[in-house]
Write a protein that binds this ligand. Structure first.
Ligand code: HEC
Ligand code: HEC
Ligand code: HEC
Ligand code: HEC
Ligand code: HEC
Length: 154
């Protein structure tokens, strides 16, 4: 077989492999964000599932966490969502409020109105797991959740 025929067979092989793997990608609609270069180091704790991971939204890790910059060296400009770090909560919540309208949030859960400037969104919500625990609270669990920060009046 001539050299050209080998090259042809090889490229047909590569093409079909590419098609097969593209089909596999379509089946997994959260593939894109989890191929981000952040995942080189964050396979264990960085995987996104749930709403914000959908390929259709076209989010990258940096859409919320900002650019990597010096990270993990310090200092760096990475956005971290947690009550116990030096990034002001207003700056943390502002990331969420670029997409979520405060007025809509108040309609679905009235406490958003009193908390927006005072409590981290991430004190209640978890975005990385498949389901955010806040979205499936029963009435009883909801009142226990409030007592985590507010003492019960007697
Ligand atoms: C070279 C490896 C590496 C890369 C690439 C990397 N990280 Fe990290 N990241 C780390 C290490 C190590 C830690 C834990 C040390 C620490 O807490 O700072 C960490 C911690 C974090 C934390 C928790 C920080 C905290 O203070 O609790 C977040 C959030 C994070 N990384 C997000 C990202 C995002 C988003 C990207 C891509 C834009 C990224 N990382 C890329 C190594 C990396
Ligand atoms: C780039 C836009 C964007 C950003 C930034 C963003 N979200 Fe979202 N979020 C969405 C979209 C889109 C949905 C899906 C809405 C729907 O399906 O109705 C969603 C859904 C949610 C839900 C509902 C989840 C569920 O299971 O129903 C919560 C809670 C939420 N976001 C909280 C947050 C918080 C907290 C932050 C900041 C840490 C944040 N979001 C940042 C776009 C965004
Ligand atoms: C005190 C806890 C708490 C805090 C803080 C909080 N939320 Fe929520 N949030 C909830 C609860 C509880 C629900 C669920 C309401 C329900 O059951 O429908 C919810 C629902 C949502 C939803 C889904 C509502 C919808 O219309 O689909 C979004 C989006 C959301 N929160 C975003 C945010 C953002 C952004 C912040 C920060 C600015 C925030 N939340 C802060 C408790 C909280
Ligand atoms: C829609 C906003 C959003 C996007 C996109 C996002 N994150 Fe996060 N990330 C958060 C929030 C909020 C937290 C706080 C914990 C939680 O909500 O689950 C967090 C927490 C983390 C942590 C700390 C986990 C720990 O163990 O404390 C790491 C690491 C991280 N994210 C990495 C990533 C990587 C890597 C990507 C891309 C694959 C990514 N994040 C995409 C919002 C986001
Ligand atoms: C993560 C902690 C946290 C959780 C959980 C939480 N809150 Fe709050 N809440 C706060 C903080 C902090 C303030 C601001 C207090 C201040 O301004 O001194 C606040 C303020 C309020 C206020 C305004 C009046 C006041 O006391 O200042 C109301 C009402 C309220 N929360 C109701 C609720 C309800 C209802 C729930 C459960 C759905 C809840 N909170 C869950 C932390 C929390």
């Amino acid at each position: 077989m001539s050299r050209n025929n080998w090259l042809l067979m090889l490229s047909v092989g590569v093409l079909s492999l590419t098609l097969i793997s593209q089909a596999a990608h379509c089946a997994d609609s959260t593939e894109q964000i989890n191929n981000d270069s952040c995942m080189k180091c964050h396979k264990r704790n960085g995987k996104m599932q749930g709403h914000h991971a959908q390929d259709g939204l076209n989010l990258s890790c940096s859409s919320c966490h900002g650019e990597k910059g010096n990270h993990p060296k310090k200092p760096n400009n990475l956005m971290v969502f947690s009550a116990d770090n030096e990034i002001p909560l207003i700056a943390q919540n502002a990331v969420c409020l670029t997409c979520h309208r405060a007025t809509n949030l108040g309609k679905s859960e009235w406490t958003h109105n009193v908390h927006a400037q005072k409590v981290n969104c991430s004190s209640c919500h978890q975005l990385h797991p498949q389901t955010d625990p806040m979205m499936t609270l029963t009435a009883k669990q909801r009142s226990i959740e409030c007592q985590r920060c507010h003492s019960v009046q007697r």
